[in-house]
Structures are given as structure tokens and as C-alpha cells.
Design a protein around this ligand. Structure first.
Ligand code: TMP
Ligand code: ZN
Length: 410
């Protein structure tokens, strides 16, 4: 039988045992395990959600590892449901093709390429291959004309791909390298795949944002690692690869786009970000302890605001049903007493109920006819776009509550 989760004791980056507990968010449902109405009375799986810091390699990570089969075989997250994200990846694909693809015969492989939005944009310029373990999403990717292997990426699969398709010129992995528990094996697989003259480019949420301008709600079981460049460099160099360029991009707050290869000249950007991380003391446990204290203050503040609003008879709904919203709702215990419904553009989520707190998810058109007084913006990473998109609602007097990093009403 499939074991649902296990507790690891060693650091997933350096293998050491110098781990300290930083933040305990309690036992929680899986952030993407939306429920059907008929399952609301069944017992939900809940797993510990605790974040640890490694004093040897400075990485931040979970040690309670949920079986990826449970997390990723059927997935409710569609990249194309968030327009800005889809546009960002389409542009990224084009930029990578301009920079690194020389002939239509070159192979570009994406690990966890979701609905194939990035690869579909460059399939006329190179051979493309998506490795997407979620069977429901792989199907959508295939329909967009992208060859897709519905499986998890690992060393064995990398070897098979090389045998069947040859080496890749570019390997891309966006919002995946935080999700892969066995990072050393994943990087070794990539190394095999790109051989000595390819590049590996990946985007991953930056821990500097998580503990600063971003929100703690980005912590959930799918995200095993909360990466800094400092910790990634330790890992990558240990495997005989080099980070040769990095930049911060405004995705999920702030993410790092990291460029890895075997033998390229290292750009100044790498030392600059490493220096910035040092200044931010991302290599010190105290930094994360302070962050944990802020999280618990933030919880009190948001709860007291919502309580006051309800006391004054206000109607509140949630905007977006992102995975991170479920961390927030579950950690704070916000359910249907507070929120009437969540609106989300993802068709898969509509008609379902949020994991743990069971708030119904409906389509965004609901807000045309059923207008609340306040909207809790769970998809806060798209604040600018959403405030602009919902100008009419705001003109009607509806207020948005931005929950993290500081509670704000706009
Ligand atoms: P993400 O932050 O992980 O990309 O998830 C954002 C969620 O919010 C996703 O389920 C789609 C949803 N969403 C909306 O409902 N409306 C919007 O305008 C945007 C940008 C996202
Ligand atoms: Zn470590």
C-alpha cells in the first residue's frame, strides 16, 4: 500500500543533521486537495506542517514529506488559469529559445511543465518535451501539441530520455525545484540530460521574499524547500555544476530565475545576490525565528480584523482559491462563519470545497450578482492586476483585504 507520508531526519541539501524547528503551522490538509460535496463528511488526511532551518547549509525545508503520488498525480493547478503567470512563462520560453536554441533540432525539456504553456510557445523553433506527472494536466499539455511524458522526473527517466531523444540543449523547471524531495537525484538527472553543453534554467520562490515582502502562506506540503541562492549553490556545486547567472523575477512575490551549466562563465549577478542574502542574514537561524514571530502576530491581527467586520454584519468572500490561501485559512481557522465563498478562475476548482475549512469555490462571475462588503485577497501575488480588473467592484465600495505580509485594506 502507498505510504502517505514519512518523516525525514537529515537535511535534503547537505545530508547533515543540524536542523532546528522554526515554525509549526500544525497538522494540515493538503493545500490542493479540494473536496467534492459528497466527501465533506469523510475524514481528511492531515499532515504536520513544520519548517526547519539547517545550520550547515542554511536551507529552510520541511521534514514531513508527503508522498508525491498523493500530491501530484492528479493536480488542480493549471498555469494558464493565471493569465500573468502564463504570459510570464510564454515570454520566458521565447527568451530561452532566443538565447540558447540554435536549430529546430535542438531539444528543450521542461520538468513539471504543467499544461505546456511555455513549450507550446516555442514548439515551432525546437523539439519540445514536457515531463508532467499529473495525468489530468499532461492530457491538456498533449492537446496543445506538446509531447508529454506523464511521469515524475528522476535519474532513470533522464537516462531514458537521452537514449530516445538525445541530450537536451535546454532544461527548464519552473516552480518545481522546491517540490522535489530528492533534489540531489533531480539535479543529477538534469546533469545527465544536458550533458556538457546544455543549460538548466529554473524558477523557484525566493526565501528572501517568503520572510520579507511575501507571505508565510507559501508554506505548504508541496513546497519541501524554501530556497536561498546560498543553499542552492552549496547543492549545485557539490554535484559538479555551476550557477552562472541569476535574477529575481516578480513571480509569487519574488522568485529566483537560476541558470545552471557545467562550464559557462559566472556572471556578477551570482555574487551580488549571494552578498544580498548575507546582508539579510539568510544564513542565520535568528532571522527565521524573527520571521516565525511575525507570522504569529500577523495571524492575531488578521483574525481580529475579520472578527470585527463580522461583528458589524459585513459580508466577506475570498478572491482566488490558491494553495497558499488554504495554508492561510487553515492556520487561522477561517471557514464559512467568516467567508461565504471563494471565487477562482480555475475550472477544476469550481464547485468544490477548500481543503480543511470547506469554503465553497465558485466561478468569478458570482461577484457580478452577489456582491460582498469585503474581499479577502488570497491570490495576493496578483494584487495589482486584480485591483485593476475589479475596478468596478471597488467603485461600488467593495474593499479588498490584503492578508500578508501585513494586513492592509484597500
Ligand atoms: P497561484 O498564486 O498559485 O498562481 O494561484 C492563483 C489562484 O488564483 C489560481 O487558482 C487562479 C486564481 N486566480 C483568480 O481566480 N483570478 C485571477 O485574476 C488570478 C490572477 C488568479
Ligand atoms: Zn543542510
Amino acid at each position: 500500500m502507498l505510504s502517505k507520508y514519512r518523516h525525514r531526519t537529515a537535511c535534503g541539501i547537505c545530508g547533515g543533521s543540524g536542523l532546528s524547528l522554526i515554525l509549526d503551522l500544525g497538522k494540515m490538509s493538503l493545500a490542493n486537495a479540494f473536496l467534492k460535496k459528497e466527501d465533506l463528511n469523510k475524514l481528511e488526511d492531515k499532515f504536520p506542517l513544520k519548517v526547519y532551518f539547517c545550520r550547515f547549509c542554511s536551507s529552510l525545508q520541511l521534514l514531513d514529506i508527503v508522498n508525491p503520488e498523493l500530491l501530484f498525480r492528479h493536480y488542480n493547478y493549471l498555469t494558464s488559469a493565471s493569465r500573468p503567470l502564463a504570459e510570464h512563462f510564454i515570454k520566458m520560453g521565447k527568451d530561452l529559445a532566443d538565447k540558447f536554441v540554435a536549430s529546430p533540432n535542438d531539444l528543450v525539456v521542461e520538468i513539471g511543465g504543467n499544461d505546456g504553456v511555455l513549450l507550446a510557445g516555442i514548439k515551432d523553433r525546437s523539439r519540445v518535451l514536457n515531463i508532467e506527472p499529473a495525468e489530468n494536466i499532461a492530457e491538456i499539455s498533449r492537446k496543445s501539441g506538446v509531447e508529454t511524458i506523464p511521469d515524475f522526473f528522476n535519474l532513470k527517466l533522464a537516462e531514458e530520455i537521452v537514449r530516445k531523444y538525445g541530450n537536451a540543449k535546454v532544461v527548464v523547471a519552473n516552480n518545481v525545484m522546491a517540490h522535489v524531495e530528492n533534489l540531489r537525484e533531480a539535479f543529477s538527472g538534469v546533469k545527465k540530460l544536458i550533458n556538457s553543453d546544455g543549460v538548466f534554467v529554473f524558477e523557484v520562490h525566493w526565501v528572501g521574499n517568503l520572510i520579507g515582502e511575501g507571505g508565510f502562506d507559501q508554506i505548504y506540503h508541496e513546497h519541501v524547500f524554501y530556497h536561498s541562492l546560498t543553499a542552492l549553490k552549496y547543492l549545485v556545486e557539490g554535484l559538479g555544476l555551476k550557477i552562472f547567472d541569476v535574477k529575481l523575477v516578480p513571480i509569487h512575490g519574488q522568485s529566483m530565475r537560476v541558470y545552471v551549466a557545467e562550464g559557462k562563465e559566472v556572471k556578477k549577478s551570482v555574487a551580488t545576490l549571494l552578498q544580498r542574502e548575507k546582508k539579510m542574514k539568510l544564513n542565520r537561524k535568528e532571522t527565521f525565528v524573527k520571521f516565525a514571530k511575525r507570522v504569529s502576530k500577523n495571524k492575531e491581527k488578521l483574525l481580529s480584523l475579520l472578527k470585527d467586520l463580522k461583528k458589524n454584519g459585513k459580508r466577506i468572500t475570498g478572491y482566488g482559491a490558491p494553495a497558499k490561501g488554504n495554508t492561510l485559512l487553515n492556520y487561522l481557522g477561517i471557514g464559512t462563519d467568516t467567508l461565504d465563498f471563494l471565487t477562482d478562475t480555475t475550472i477544476f476548482k469550481q464547485g468544490l470545497y477548500s481543503p480543511g475549512m470547506h469554503v465553497p469555490v465558485v466561478g468569478p462571475e458570482r461577484l457580478l450578482t452577489d456582491i460582498p462588503d469585503y474581499i479577502l485577497l488570497l491570490a495576493w501575488n496578483y494584487t495589482d492586476l486584480i485591483l485593476e480588473k475589479e475596478r468596478e467592484l471597488r467603485n461600488k465600495g467593495v474593499k479588498f483585504i490584503i492578508p500578508v505580509p501585513e494586513v492592509k485594506i484597500v
